[in-house]
Design a binder for this molecule. Structure first.
Ligand code: CA
Ligand code: CA
Length: 291
């Protein structure tokens, strides 16, 4: 489990570094993706419904899976003890939330992000300052993260508050129950029925995802990964359940509060709403670290 993200982002040379860095900031400024769930039968009128860019959703079947990681796996932490979780069916966005989707929310509501409000005692966004060094950048926001993005890139400099606000707006506008996924739902979807460290196997690969430097060697750009920062969503093949960029590109926010211990039963796929709820959990790694 990684901390504050999700979506929106940070960069670090390693997953562990990233997770601790993020955990220190309640107003997280990472590239976040608001992955959401909805039920197919909900509908209601909404002002922006006719032009709303709803995410492409993927139906995820119910099932059980072993959450966490083996004690001997690289990067294993004490809150990742293996435990079986039962997941109810839900739908998840196929991609990270894009700049274009997020802009529609801002234009409809006039919402100001935490980065734009300099919330949490920090100015701007916690993001790459160049040379893969992370820090708070005054003036940086989803509109100006410090590197070029198109509407097809995942939105960054989005705090958990911002991600939740987007999901709530999407739900209200569409009449469908969009929300942030729970951490167990996210991990279930990221694993897509596999038991390996990554959904494609146990070895990180720039042929499979946009991430930073490998621990051993190489650079931010290798092979099919031609991006030093974010890549357009779905630039790499999806996992077996047709979900894109679950590893790398941007961290992704989930609904759960931050905890340093493995959860107690029931393992029913719900979010952990106890612990340190001034911080939330980010998953999946980003362009700047190993997924
Ligand atoms: Ca890269
Ligand atoms: Ca991602």
């Amino acid at each position: 489990m990684k901390q504050s993200k999700i979506i929106l982002l940070i960069v670090l040379l390693s997953v562990m570094t990233a997770s601790y860095a993020m955990s220190n900031y309640s107003a997280l400024q990472e590239g976040a993706e608001a992955q959401t769930e909805r039920k197919p039968d909900a509908s209601s009128p909404a002002q922006y419904k006719s032009t709303l860019q709803e995410p492409e959703m993927v139906a995820i079947a119910s099932g059980g899976f072993q959450m966490g990681s083996p004690a001997g796996e690289a990067g294993h932490k004490k809150d990742e003890a293996l435990h079986v979780v039962r997941i109810k069916p839900f739908e998840l966005a196929a991609t990270e939330t894009t700049v274009g989707q997020f802009r529609q929310f801002i234009q409809a509501t006039g919402y100001q992000t935490d980065a734009e409000k300099n919330s949490g005692g920090h100015a701007g966004c916690y993001i790459n300052q160049g040379n893969n060094q992370l820090g708070w950048q005054a003036g940086a926001s989803w509109k100006n993260p410090g590197f070029a993005q198109t509407d097809e890139h995942p939105v960054v400099c989005v705090s958990w508050n911002d991600a939740r606000a987007y999901a709530q707006w999407l739900a209200q506008t569409s009449g469908k129950p969009y929300r942030l996924p729970t951490e167990s739902e996210w991990e279930y979807a990221a694993r897509a029925g596999t038991h390996s460290r990554y959904s494609w196997g146990d070895t990180a690969s720039h042929e499979k995802a946009n991430y930073g430097k490998d621990a051993c060697c190489g650079g931010m750009i290798e092979g099919a990964d031609q991006w030093p920062y974010t890549s357009p969503v779905a630039s790499f093949a999806p996992n077996r359940w047709h979900l894109y960029d679950m590893h790398g590109n941007t961290w992704e926010w989930v609904a759960d509060c931050w905890n340093t211990t493995t959860p107690e039963e029931p393992f029913d796929g719900s979010a952990r709403l106890t612990g340190d709820c001034s911080r939330h959990v980010l998953r999946g790694g980003s362009w700047s670290d190993i997924p």
